[in-house]
Structures are given as structure tokens and as C-alpha cells.
Design a protein around this ligand. Structure first.
Ligand SMILES: Nc1nc2c(ncn2[C@@H]2O[C@H](COP(=O)(O)OP(=O)(O)O)[C@@H](O)[C@H]2O)c(=O)[nH]1
Ligand SMILES: [Mg+2]
Length: 233
């Protein structure tokens, strides 16, 4: 089924409106604690405009892909999703931010409350990759020190337009000690995995069972990640 072009925006569409979970345009100036349910872990999507944040969220939440251009996210939008990891329910509240400068002051307020951040670039857009360092600086400045962070190189389905090699992403991620994977909101590659990995890490942190071996996010991602090409096992 075709998704409405308005899905990623605050504009209500008959297909995608979901009153309990949508933020309206008037709400985006509210402080994070106003929309955050006490039992949910806030996960924030960040990265340049156009890298696929809204599509990644829609793919994860609804299993669909938004093609073409649509109204970009204004301020903050969010969706709730419950994942079951290792038999325990983890409720994620995923905040979708707008990359536009004029909304930066809004999104800054959200960094402080985010338990996890998914930082995206677009493998077909070199500038979005070059900006990752600036995003990391911003994260360092505004986010909690122990925030769960993961770097995602999105749009790997567009093999012919790729300008950022997987190795480049891996190298940058290693430099900053951040887990990394390539994703596609279009094909769905590694989308579930990205959120599941985050949910597992958050669950382990919140439970802190003394006898349970520590969950290693890096190792888990390395083990589970799927390549985009033909020849990676
Ligand atoms: N080929 C491809 N296009 C994508 C993918 N993710 C997003 N897009 C397209 O990229 C554009 C921007 O996506 P959007 O989610 O609005 O980016 P945002 O500004 O980061 O929220 C849209 O035209 C999407 O259809 C992907 O994984 N593969
Ligand atoms: Mg968006």
C-alpha cells in the first residue's frame, strides 16, 4: 500500500494519524518530560535533513517505506513502540527531529532526556557524512554522558549512488568508539536490528542484574549486522 506523503510530518493524514502517538505542530515546543511516558525509554533520531530519519522511523514502526519528497518533520515528532527483548518488554519512545537550523534550540532540549541516540548519515550524500563530526560535537555538548549512541549509514539500497564506503563509516565509528551499521529504510536492511540493539542495551542497563553477564552492544551489533552487498556473509 502507498503511504501518504504527509506521514512523516505533523499534518494529520487519514492513513497515518494515530491520535495517541502523534505530536501536533503546536506541541513541539513543549518540554520533553511533557510527552515522555514514565515507563518509556526515549530514543532520538538525529542527523542532517534528508538522510532518512523519518523514513527509518516509519519503516520500523509501520513496516512501510515513504518514497519521494514529503513535508519534512517540524521540530519533534514521536512514535511509541514496544519491543520484546529477551522476554522483557521495552517501550521505546522514538523522537524524530528536524535537522533544520531554526529548530535546533527545540531539539537541544531533547538531547538531555534522550537515553539513546541514533545518528544517521546518507551513504549517497558525502556532506551528510562529513557533518557527523559536528553532530558528535553537539551530542557531546547536550546529551547525557552515558547516552547509548549508534551511527547508521542509511540508503545502502542505492548502490549506484553510493559515495561513502562502508569502510569509511566503520573507520569513523571506530575512531569515536561508537557501534555502526549500514541501513536501508527502503529495503528494511538492519532497521529492526538498530532498534533492537538499542532496546537490549537499555534493558540491560535498567535491570542491572548482578549475575547476568554484561551486554556488549558492540559485539552484538558486529554479530548480527547484515551487509548490503552480495558477498558478505
Ligand atoms: N533509496 C532510499 N531512499 C531513502 C531511504 N530513506 C529515506 N529515503 C528518501 O530520502 C528522502 C528523505 O527522507 P526523510 O525520511 O524525509 O529524511 P529526514 O529529513 O532525515 O527525515 C525521502 O525522499 C525518502 O524517500 C533509503 O533507505 N533508501
Ligand atoms: Mg524527517
Amino acid at each position: 500500500a502507498e503511504m501518504s506523503p504527509a506521514c512523516g510530518a505533523q499534518v494529520a493524514s487519514p492513513r497515518c494519524s494515530d491520535p495517541g502517538e502523534r505530536v501536533t505542530a503546536q506541541m513541539y515546543l513543549l518540554p520533553p518530560h511533557f510527552i515522555l511516558r514514565p515507563d518509556a525509554s526515549p530514543v532520538m533520531l538525529v542527523g542532517d535533513s534528508g538522510v532518512g530519519k523519518t523514513c527509518l522511523l516509519v519503516r520500523f514502526k509501520d513496516g512501510a517505506f515513504l518514497a519521494g519528497s514529503f513535508i519534512s518533520t517540524v521540530g519533534i515528532d514521536f512514535r511509541n513502540k514496544v519491543l520484546t527483548v529477551d522476554g522483557v518488554k521495552v517501550k521505546l519512545q522514538i523522537w524524530d527531529t528536524a535537522g533544520q537550523e531554526r529548530f535546533r534550540s527545540v531539539t537541544h532540549a531533547y538531547y538531555r532526556d534522550a537515553h539513546a541516540l541514533l545518528l544517521l548519515y546518507d551513504v549517497t550524500n558525502k556532506a551528510s557524512f562529513d557533518n557527523i563530526q559536528a553532530w558528535l560535537t553537539e551530542i557531546h555538548e547536550y546529551a547525557q554522558r552515558d547516552v547509548v549512541l549508534m551511527l547508521l549509514g542509511n540508503k545502502v539500497d542505492s548502490a549506484q549512488d553510493r559515495v561513502v564506503k562502508r569502510e569509511d563509516g566503520e573507520k569513523l565509528a571506530k575512531e569515536y568508539g561508537v557501534p555502526f551499521m549500514e541501513t536501508s529504510a527502503k529495503s528494511g536492511l538492519n532497521v529492526e536490528l538498530a532498534f533492537t540493539a538499542i532496546a537490549k542495551e537499555l534493558k540491560h542497563r535498567s535491570m542491572k542484574l548482578p549475575n547476568e553477564p554484561k551486554f556488549k552492544l558492540h559485539d552484538y551489533v558486529k554479530k548480527e549486522v547484515r551487509g548490503s552487498g552480495c558477498c558478505r556473509s
